[in-house]
Design a protein around this ligand. Structure first.
Ligand code: 2M8
Length: 725
């Protein structure tokens, strides 16, 4: 079977080929006909997976145009393409500077320094990494010169934070963050040099681009740089736009780490990049943090204050590794809210560039709201770095969906995902390739059934054989056990992250208490449980906790797969019977049906445990049963009184998560393997589709299902068995 997304990877590669201009790649075939600084970094990252040669050429071409002071220009103009973009070399007049490289046409500003990161990726992904070492040796001094320029010329106070001096340097041109500093620049429009915009091409809605007023201010700044002959000192003295931006500085911080790794590979000293990384991280943490807003903001050096405008750039210190753990937590709360598209929200994709709840938010205008793949790509890595795995996984799957469903556009509508700006956009294609590659790698790591033959014959592991018994009447045991499970949930489970802090839990008094209570299960009679809701909650909570107990007791580090037959082998003695996790799931909660991996039903015809079977099966339990893995439901405590509402919430959340991808443009639905394994619990394939349909929020997806109901094509996503640690 062809690999999932293979056609789209082919399409992405074709886009990069078509945009290849001989020694570098155009960001897009129409709007941006030259070579752009950070675009080339992202493009090289994508190409690095299949074409090391071109990814190296891409980077080297860019650095061939590096200025002698170390500045890496925002644009390297292709002489054959002149006349289609504004501003071009005639407007920049960079020949006024003594630093410009001879024979190259460039602009006179820079962009976020992603290049060391790209170079490291090229090395990592090369078929034979040692072949790439000569390239690393050639490029390293140039990368170092770039970072040195930034710290030397753009951080005159030696704070560890570099400033940008033009919105174009941020890469997020008309971000609402720049509104205030741009507006307060006193400019005389009548004396601006004459210019004609070239970005308002047919098919591009002017409402989705920066305004004319923005452009006047962009031009004013370029004119000022020309008048200063691009002398950094003179610019610093006169420029009304000097800003320390969290996006630029976070990328620099992250790039310093790559730079130090490159230095290590080629035997150069690593101290300088490492100390830059430390210093910048600390400065971001201290100076750019907005405590009340729980996000990082840009700092305006002219007015001497934070610009209190919260955009996706404010989350970038997660990517840079600059945020403290406490800041990361607050960032996550802000990010995972309806302001920036919460996990399982269902009616949005990925992270928009601006807070959707703010007045100036615009779902389709360039950097004032839409979703950008590069920003989200970095944020997904940042979230993963800080342990927000569930959100990172879901974000990456959302990012795969966008180009598949809406084509390889420059940016995407914040809510319905529609593509805007230039089609066949290079970094969208390149980063899509990188995301698919990561998707394949995760799939490879997790592929293969968990229920191995070895596991079928391995010995059972009874977890409640301790000698210490709880001082509690057996009839009160269930209530006390549930209370303790709830305490474990409150203290050690993080529903936001979908994670369990196994290490802390292991040594906690709450877990010790839980273990003692489980010893009491040996004298417990499940027949004293009354009512379906109480039974459902008891067995669901017990299942979830036996899994946690097994993971802790057996010292599992990476995946429950480390213990063959884990779910069959971990057991509690309850009254006179033994119950494995499988017995609870397939025997009691699933009505004693034969699981897909076994030839037998859990309870045979004479098994007394049959009396405890719960029928009819409520398929929503599949979103409540936790299996200690990343693909399963986030761990919860189920309360008998509210369990139906909780199950409803769990099902809604799962159906609108990245475990269900509806791809109308590809004519298919991708779903978690859970749905394949337990198809019958949902009433076969039709029942399954009905079930998901009832919970889905996205109108587009619902319409697709309705229209293709009769012969809907479903594929299943591999289950991620990595521990939800
Ligand atoms: C956009 O910026 C250029 C100016 O650099 C423009 O608007 O003409 C931004 O999206 C920027 O981040 C990007 O690098 C560039 C080329 O894709 O286009």
């Amino acid at each position: 079977m062809a690999k999932l997304f293979a056609d789209y990877v082919k399409r992405a590669k074709r886009i990069l080929d078509d945009n290849w201009a001989g020694s570098s790649t155009k960001p897009s075939p129409t709007l941006y006909p030259h070579q752009w600084n950070w675009d080339s970094g992202f493009i090289a990252i994508g190409r690095a997976h299949y074409d090391t040669v071109r990814s190296i050429i891409e980077i080297e071409t860019l650095f061939d145009a590096q200025w002698s002071n170390g500045m890496l220009p925002q644009i390297v103009f292709n002489p054959k393409e002149l006349g289609h973009y504004f501003p071009e070399p005639d407007f920049w007049q960079t020949e006024r500077s003594s630093n410009t490289p001879s024979g190259k046409l460039t602009s006179g500003i820079t962009m976020p320094p992603v290049h060391a990161i790209a170079v490291e990726k090229i090395h990592q992904n090369a078929r034979r990494s040692r072949d790439v070492v000569p390239f690393l040796k050639r490029i390293y001094p140039k990368l170092l010169a770039l970072h040195d320029y930034l710290y030397r010329e753009r951080d005159p106070e030696g704070e560890g934070l570099v400033y940008i001096r033009h919105p174009w340097e941020s890469g997020i041109d008309n971000s609402p963050t720049w509104d205030f500093p741009l507006k307060k620049m006193a400019i005389d429009k009548a004396s601006l040099p004459h210019y004609t915009r070239r970005d308002l091409k047919p098919g591009i809605d002017p409402k989705m681009r920066p305004s004319d007023d923005d452009y006047d201010r962009y031009v004013y700044l370029v004119d000022l740089f020309r008048q200063c002959d691009y002398d950094e000192f003179r610019i610093h003295e006169t420029c009304p736009f000097l800003i320390q931006d969290p996006l630029f500085n976070s990328i620099l911080c992250r790039a310093n780490v790559s730079l130090s790794r490159i230095a290590e590979i080629i035997g150069e000293p690593t101290e300088m990049p490492q100390s830059w990384a430390r210093k910048t991280a600390e400065a971001i943490r201290e100076k750019l943090w907005h405590e009340e807003h729980g996000i990082f903001d840009a700092y305006d050096l002219i007015s001497g204050q934070l610009i209190e405008v919260d955009t996706a750039a404010g989350f970038m210190p997660l990517y840079g590794g600059a945020a403290s753990q406490e800041q990361a937590k607050q960032l996550y709360d802000r990010l995972n809210s309806c302001s920036f598209c919460a996990l399982h929200q269902g009616d949005c994709f990925a992270i928009p560039n601006y807070d959707t709840q703010k007045e100036g938010f615009d779902r389709s205008n360039y950097w004032r709201g839409p979703i950008w793949i590069n920003i989200n790509w970095m944020l997904a890595q940042g979230l993963r770095r800080y342990g927000y795995t569930l959100k990172a996984d879901s974000l990456q799957k959302d990012l795969l969906q966008l180009p598949i469903r809406f084509c390889f556009y420059e940016y995407f509508d914040s809510f319905d995902g529609k593509g805007y700006g230039s089609e066949n956009f290079s970094w969208t294609a390149a980063l899509f390739i990188d995301l698919v590659q990561e998707f394949y790698e995760t799939e490879k790591a997790i592929k293969g059934g968990f229920h191995s033959i070895k596991g079928l014959f391995a010995r059972e592991i009874i977890l409640n054989e301790g000698t210490e018994m709880p001082e509690i009447n057996p009839e009160n045991l269930a209530g006390e056990l549930m209370r303790t499970i709830r305490m474990l949930k409150d203290g050690f489970y993080n529903a936001d992250r979908g994670l369990v802090d196994y290490d802390r839990l292991r040594d906690s008094p709450e877990f010790k208490r839980y273990r003692i209570l489980t010893n009491g299960l040996r004298e417990f009679r499940p027949s004293c449980l009354t009512g379906r809701k109480e039974k459902l909650a008891f067995w669901t909570n017990l299942y979830n906790t036996i899994v946690v107990d097994g993971i802790v007791t057996l010292g599992i580090r990476q995946s429950v797969k480390e213990v063959p037959g884990f779910f069959r082998r971990v057991k509690y003695t309850i009254g006179p019977y033994l119950f494995s996790a499988d017995d609870i799931e397939h025997g009691i909660l699933r009505g004693n049906v034969r699981p897909w991996f076994s030839p037998f039903r859990p309870f045979g015809p004479w098994d007394k445990r049959r009396n405890m079977i719960l029928t009819p099966v409520d398929p929503r339990i599949h979103f409540a049963l936790v299996c200690g893995s990343r693909s399963c439901a986030p761990i919860e405590y189920y309360d008998p009184e509210h369990i139906y509402d909780q199950l409803e919430a769990a099902a809604t959340s799962f159906a609108n998560s990245s475990e269900v991808l509806v791809l109308p443009e590809e004519g298919k639905m991708l779903m978690s393997e859970i749905f394949r394994w337990y198809e019958n619990d949902f009433g076969g394939k039709t029942g399954l589709v009905d079930f998901v349909f009832d919970y889905l929020v996205d109108e587009h997806a619902r319409r697709f299902i309705q229209e293709n109901y009769a012969d809907l094509h479903i594929e299943y996503l591999h289950y991620d068995w990595n521990l939800n640690r």
